[in-house]
Design a binder for this molecule. Structure first.
Ligand code: C2E
Ligand code: CA
Ligand code: CA
Ligand code: CA
Length: 273
């Protein structure tokens, strides 16, 4: 049982009435969801800016509620990070992904992007998960790890240990949410990234604020001078798409091209597009 290997901090158990479901957003509820297989990978296409064809996909976690309905990652990832459950979640999600390899392979994606929060992640453990993924997808797609730095782990030494381990595991690395929070220029100088994802807040504001547009241009210039691929996320309009292509972005991702969807839907959209 993958869930029994680590022991995140336990909250005192409250007695609960028979038959009443656990609050899915409590720590115990999240653990139960992991055990019950209710954490699922959704897929969002990432397109080449040159051909406007999908070349990859980002894997995004979703929690399906027992009574129906789906929760977005923002509702439960922060709790998983704070509680230390993020390693188990990452492991479970990776195993689901490996099960889907036969369905993903025929799509011929160059890469699959998997998110990893730097928070509460143990470098060697994360590398083991990534190694398994890389091995399972060796005949289909490259594994790209999207690393988000958070306040919990701003330490450059620890980030170096983590990124080095992931590289040794055979994954490519993207720095996620670049330009906000803790994803810093310092990190670009010191860590072995292959790609940079411009945070969607810059794309959202690119026509309202000249500063945002100028910052996108600067990030592009900087990233390309370091030989990094640049992905713009949160592309929702054709105007944004066209301007970003003109500016020289390499890859595009956003609701304009497709929302995160379950594997069946993702695969069928692919065939029809
Ligand atoms: P992120 O990695 O920056 O992922 C992009 C988020 O933007 C996703 O939200 C995605 O659904 C959303 N998005 C995509 N296109 C558009 C668009 O055109 N407009 C707008 N407004 N939003 C768009 P989601 O799936 O809710 O994920 C939120 C965050 O949760 C992610 O941000 C990521 O940091 C984290 N996350 C998601 N899945 C995982 C996971 O498996 N592991 C870890 N550690 N973190 C995850
Ligand atoms: Ca991401
Ligand atoms: Ca992002
Ligand atoms: Ca984010």
């Amino acid at each position: 049982d993958v869930l029994s290997r680590s022991s995140p901090p336990e909250r005192p158990k409250k007695a609960r009435p028979q038959g009443q479901a656990q609050d899915p957003l409590s720590l115990e509820g999240l653990r139960e969801s992991l055990r019950a297989g209710r954490i699922k990978p959704y897929f969002q296409p990432i397109l080449s800016a040159r051909t406007l064809q999908p070349v990859g996909a980002e894997v995004l976690a979703r929690l399906s509620l027992p009574e129906g309905g789906i929760l977005g990652a923002g509702a439960f990832i922060p709790l998983a990070e704070q509680s230390g459950l993020i390693m188990d979640l990452t492991r479970v999600l990776s195993e689901r992904l490996i099960e889907l390899e036969p369905q993903l392979k025929p799509l011929g994606l160059d890469f699959l992007s998997v998110n990893l929060s730097a928070a509460n992640v143990e470098a060697v453990g994360a590398a083991a998960i990534v190694k398994r993924l890389v091995h399972a997808f060796a005949g289909s797609s490259r594994i790209m790890i999207e690393l988000t730095e958070t306040a919990v782990l701003p330490d450059i030494q620890q980030m170096r240990a983590l990124t080095t381990q992931l590289r040794l595991g055979g994954a490519s690395l993207a720095i996620d949410d670049f330009g906000i929070g803790y994803s810093s220029i310092r990190a670009l100088a010191e860590l072995p990234y292959d790609a940079l994802k411009i945070d969607l807040s810059f794309v959202a504001e690119m026509f309202d604020s000249e500063k945002s547009a100028n910052l996108i241009a600067s990030m592009l210039h900087m990233a390309h001078s370091l030989n990094l691929q640049v992905v713009a996320e949160g592309v929702e309009t054709e105007a944004q798409r066209d301007r970003l292509i003109e500016m020289g972005v390499d890859r595009l991702q956003g609701y304009l091209f497709g929302r995160p969807v379950p594997i069946e839907q993702f695969a069928s959209q692919f065939v029809s597009s």
